[in-house]
Ligand binder design. Structure first.
Ligand code: WT7
Length: 640
């Protein structure tokens, strides 16, 4: 019994869930109801995807039921045809006039220590007020509303207000630069931006309003800016255009009277921009119906959320993880969530552990890069706190290395909590490959495709492969899948559906073992994963070449113990420009300003030439192999 975890890990590499967890889990209860006995049987039954999703969708409230589950004209899927639905109704309205209205929806903690709690009723009132104010400002169904807010409660309130009236929200992470914001505003042709006078991060103020003003030079579609008072700092308010949130909501009619608009299942809920292989970000489009069904069930099953749980998804709401699992899914389940404004190690490295102890979090969902950061700070910080309220842990963003897995399992989970390693993407909307509470775990593997999801690993010709790396594909549509890339149907078809016939190409390399477990190995394309954030090499390169001193640039990812990957840029300077330490510094902060601090190259090397193919494409693969001291591979196409 008293074997060390290391011994167990080397002997079996399998961690079985406790009988109690299995027996009481939401998924097991569902299986019992459907006469399904084992995990394997569940996966088998759910291969009838239309039956499966039909059953799940019935657990939500529809204004009008669908008459067909799926219409699949590759590569375009429509789910729950003719159904009438609104995700905001399921996240809020349906809890009102039930005992749940007095339950806490969010426990929010500010970086400076203040705590604000909102019940479901509070959240309902606040989002209704803003919804009415948006309507007064002329926002209609289908209009795009940009949201550029720090991690404050007005962020989910604003999203829900948009959803309620059928407006399409487009959240931009508050760490993005004015240029990045402008590009997204213009692509989305947004009418309104919701921002704040500022936000707190690591003891400093982030200038969201100042950035917005800068972004709004040359954004012809924007009529108004709604500003949340957060820091109270002096900011400029453009007359007519800029409005204080608290003032516009004051004069709206009785909040309970803002009706939720019944929408079609396929009406757009949001656009979220993510990085691809070109310099231009992709506007991933998600819709109300299928998205709601997918995220609702995956959270309910994978993290086994129950009435008494206190759920903490640490992701910023500016990313898809926050959209799906810090806002919509927990609210549809009537869960209490923790939301934290600031930096994880501010003012000291035990900030998160103190939050877990104080608010008695029962489930923690975070990223390997954070775990590795805390590992470096050491166990003395976790030992200061009682973390015994935790019952389940989760991981997302990149493969979790076994060392980080073990540290997380021991020091945070006290060897009592299963770790759910969830593989998914902005495009997939919900968890795709992940264990369930009934799944034996292998540290480092995201286990198997969830029920209702058919995934495989294939070779260059689309043939399934076992035991070695290949392309991860999804072979059937799923309700929460992206519907298109905003205003770019061609790129949608080309990017995801052209390599293999009728299969979705994720862009990841994975290996499937003899037991059918998936092991992710990183991206197959020129997309980097920096501390769990997606950055395209092309984006970094185009930011660099926009600097007057730079002639050409190539960016690659280099392994890093904490961030997983960091960016190294190779730069050819223009004639008459000499390399220098100052220039190096300037180029780094230039990229930070052009895109976001996340995209800053940590390493820069000035070079005379770059390896290119005869057609002039930079061979990043060659640069990378050289950097890591590996064999250069096939260089027959190399020009110089
Ligand atoms: C890419 C998607 C949706 C979660 C947040 C990131 C990588 C994500 C895992 C995991 C291995 C993972 C993949 C994927 N990734 N989760 N559990 N194991 N890799 O969303 O920005 O859309 O990035 O993140 O490479 O393609 P995203």
């Amino acid at each position: 019994m008293t074997k060390t975890i290391e011994a167990l890990l080397t002997e079996t590499r399998i961690f079985n869930p406790s009988d109690k967890l299995v027996k009481e889990s939401n998924v097991k209860i569902w299986m019992n109801r459907h006469g399904i006995k084992t995990y394997e049987e569940l996966l088998e039954k759910a291969k009838n995807t239309e039956w499966f999703w039909d059953e799940i969708a019935k657990e939500l409230e529809w204004f009008k039921p669908w008459n067909r589950v799926l219409e699949w004209i590759p590569p375009h899927a429509r789910w729950f045809i003719r159904g009438e639905f609104n995700i905001a109704h399921n996240a809020l309205d349906r809890h009102i006039n039930t005992p749940r209205q007095n339950k806490t929806a969010y426990i929010w903690e500010g970086e400076r220590g203040g705590v604000r709690k909102l019940t479901y009723h509070d959240l309902y009132q606040e989002s209704n007020k803003l919804a009415a104010a948006l309507k007064n400002l002329g926002i209609k169904k289908g209009d795009r509303v940009m949201i550029y807010l720090p991690m404050i409660l007005e962020l989910p309130i604003a999203m829900l207000a948009c959803a309620k009236i059928g407006a399409v929200h487009c959240v931009v992470f508050s760490g993005f630069s004015p240029n990045a914001l402008r590009e997204r505003v213009n692509n989305a042709e947004a009418k309104i931006i919701i921002t704040a006078d500022g936000g707190y991060r690591r003891g400093k103020i982030i200038q969201t309003k100042k950035n917005t003003d800068e972004a709004l030079r040359n954004t012809p579609t924007v009529k108004n800016v709604i500003v949340v008072r957060r820091t109270g700092e002096q900011i400029e308010m453009a007359p007519e255009r800029d409005l204080w949130w608290d003032e516009i909501v004051k004069n709206t009619s009785a909040p309970s009277e803002t009706q939720t608009t019944p929408l079609s299942s396929e009406d757009e809920l949001f656009i979220l921009y993510t990085s691809g292989t070109t310099g231009k970000p992709k506007g991933v489009v998600h819709v109300h119906g299928g998205y709601a069904v997918g995220i609702y069930n995956t959270l309910k099953w994978v993290f086994d959320v129950k009435e008494k749980d206190v759920w903490w998804c640490t992701a910023d709401i500016g990313w898809v993880t926050g959209h799906s699992y810090a806002v919509y899914a927990p609210l549809m389940l009537g869960t209490t969530s923790i939301m934290y404004e600031g930096a994880p190690d501010y003012p000291s490295p035990d900030r998160w552990w103190s939050i877990i102890e104080k608010h008695k979090a029962t489930i923690l969902y975070t990223a390997p890069t954070s775990i590795r950061m805390f590992m470096k700070y050491g166990e003395e910080w976790t030992k200061k706190h009682n973390l015994s309220s935790l019952r389940l842990l989760g991981s997302v963003g990149e493969p979790i290395n076994p060392e980080a897995w073990m540290w997380y399992y021991k020091n945070i989970g006290n060897e009592q909590c299963q770790i759910m390693d969830t593989w998914w993407q902005t495009e997939t909307g919900n968890f795709m490959i992940s264990p369930l509470p009934i799944t034996p775990l292998k540290p480092g593997s995201a286990a198997k495709p969830l029920p209702g999801i058919e995934a495989d690993v294939v070779d260059e010709d689309g043939r399934p492969v076992v035991g070695k790396g290949g392309y991860l594909v999804i072979k059937k549509p799923w309700p929460a899948m992206l519907r298109t890339l905003y205003k770019d149907l061609g790129r949608y078809e080309q990017q995801y559906w052209s390599k293999f016939l009728d299969s979705y190409l994720a862009g990841d390399i994975a290996r499937k073992d003899e037991d059918g477990y998936f092991w992710f190995q990183g991206r197959a394309d020129d997309v980097l994963n920096i501390a769990g954030h997606r950055i395209g090499t092309a984006e970094v390169e185009s930011a660099l070449v926009s600097h007057p001193a730079v002639a050409e640039a190539a960016a690659i990812g280099v392994p890093d113990v904490i961030k997983g990957e960091i960016i190294k840029a190779f730069i050819i300077l223009k004639k008459e420009t000499e390399p220098s330490a100052e220039l190096e510094k300037e180029l780094k902060s230039w990229v930070g300003k052009e895109i976001s601090p996340i995209a800053k190259p940590e390493l820069i090397e000035f070079v005379e030439s770059l390896p290119k193919t005869r057609s002039g494409k930079i061979m990043r693969r060659v640069l990378k192999a050289k950097e890591l001291g590996e064999s250069l591979g096939d260089t027959s196409t190399l020009e110089e």
